[in-house]
Design a protein around this ligand. Structure first.
Ligand code: LLP
Length: 432
């Protein structure tokens, strides 16, 4: 199995977080998002403990909440000692509604509106990560209006190709995000930020990409960022107190994906950072990392019920389920791989090649191609898609007016509905 929270019980059913998923499908109905709270906590601790151990007491990770944003996730990551990153006033609102401490919130985004900035500043958001000259100007103006001095970080584009898929690569010079070092935009941004009376330039941030397995990417990124920080400190007489290295460690969607040892990776990056600081003769800044996917992905599993099995001899077979691109658009968008199984027939021979299709009225609504299920697959069987905790619920939609599934959080000794199933009334609630 791709993660240790998965198993098979004597009835031949898939287990997740030590529960029989068939029982959960009957109890909560499908489609259904399940989340394993212990796994989320385990993943948080891997970052919190090793960042503290290898970078120092003032370093900690931020949960990139775009991966999964709902109130109880903010409570869980808070309890585990993480900060959060938000990318919209909507995520910020959700974090604040869950009583997340505002001083541990970093507000990102390549185009924040004035009203979002005002909302963030009025709510004492710890740090705004500025992405453009216009934003630096806007944050300063709004801070002036509110009579405060706002801590900011600058999003720097280090010019790194992270070897991941194009939609999630963000560190290259031609990226829509941030100020590139190569074009000198980064230096101009520092000067501009320092000319503002209501801003405190506190640190620098970068994020080179997502689903990254190559540790060399982080070595190169931290080298470039530290050289930049050192230059800024020397030439502009400002202290770079925070170095934020962004998110991005990959997770296992399939058996063939490598296992990333997070503590070992953090240890190696920390050694690199310390050595570089030593070489440059600079103090080691406090470090932030922003994992999203690697905190929640393998803590998630989605269950569906099979509706039909269509065999087109000599062409292909379709198994249609009661969800699809509305609850998981990642195959339709990126061709993302997933491990898909028939959760109530785990012990049967798997020899039926099929496409698992969603219920929406378009051919592109596919959850996965080339899936192998048992021949006996039929209406009423339960399909499970693994590793769906990241960027599934957060990217879901109501296309075809399909209500979103609930999220059931599975704790060690308890379980609770973290997000309710949408009703038809919810789906139509803003219609006049
Ligand atoms: N920090 C920043 C500034 C980011 O833009 C991201 C992800 C992260 C942290 C978290 O990266 P992670 O640890 O999750 O790799 N929807 C796409 C992923 C988009 C990622 C966007 N930024 C997907 O489903 O694959």
């Amino acid at each position: 199995m791709i993660c240790e929270n998965l198993g098979i019980n004597p009835d031949g059913n898939l287990t997740f977080a030590n529960r029989d998923v068939k029982v959960l499908a009957e109890k909560y109905k499908t489609p259904l998002y399940l989340m394993d709270e212990e796994r989320i906590r385990h993943n948080c601790r891997a970052y919190v403990d090793s960042m503290k151990k290898y970078f120092g007491e003032d370093s900690f990770p931020l949960f990139a909440s775009k991966a999964a944003s709902f109130k109880s996730i903010y409570r869980i990551v808070r309890e585990e000692g993480m900060g959060v990153d938000v990318v919209s006033a909507g995520e910020l609102y959700t974090a604040l509604s869950a009583d997340f401490p505002s001083e541990k919130i970093f507000f990102h985004g390549s185009n924040k509106t004035d009203s979002e900035i005002e909302y963030a500043l009025s709510n004492k958001t710890g740090y705004i990560v500025a992405d453009s000259m216009e934003e630096i100007e806007a944050i300063d103006n709004i801070a002036k209006k509110l009579g405060i001095c706002q801590k900011i970080l600058l999003r720097i584009t280090p010019g790194i190709d992270p070897h991941t898929y194009a939609a999630v690569a963000t560190g290259k010079v031609d990226s829509k995000f941030g100020f590139a070092i190569e074009t000198n935009a980064a230096y101009a941004a520092v000067e501009f930020a320092l000319s503002k009376n209501n801003l405190e330039l506190y640190g620098i941030h970068c994020h080179v990409g997502s689903q990254v397995f190559d540790s060399d990417v982080y070595f190169k990124t931290s080298d470039i960022m530290l050289e930049f920080a050192n230059f800024v400190q020397k030439n502009y007489k400002v202290k770079i107190r925070i170095l934020n290295l962004g998110g991005g460690y990959g997770v296992r969607y399939e058996e063939s994906d490598p296992v990333i040892d997070i503590p070992e990776n953090i240890k190696a990056v920390a050694e690199k950072v310390k050595a570089k600081c030593h070489e440059l003769g600079m103090e080691v800044p406090a470090v932030r990392m922003e994992p999203g996917r690697s905190i929640v992905a393998d803590a998630g599993l989605t269950l569906y019920t099979v509706g039909s099995v269509k065999k087109i001899p000599e062409y292909k077979n379709y198994v249609s389920v009661d969800g699809g691109m509305t609850d998981n658009p990642r195959y339709a968008l990126y061709g993302s791989k997933y491990t898909v199984v028939l959760a109530n027939k785990m012990k049967e021979e798997q020899d039926f090649a099929c496409t698992v299709a969603g219920r929406c009225c378009e051919s592109g609504d596919v959850l996965q191609e080339d899936v192998i299920l048992p021949q006996s697959v039929q209406r009423g069987d339960i399909v499970a898609v693994m590793t769906t905790g990241a960027y599934n619920y957060s990217m879901s939609s109501n296309y075809n007016r399909v209500p979103r599934p609930p999220i059931v959080m599975l704790g060690k000794d308890n379980e609770y509905i973290a997000v309710k199933r949408e009703t038809f009334e919810d789906v139509a609630k803003n219609d006049i």
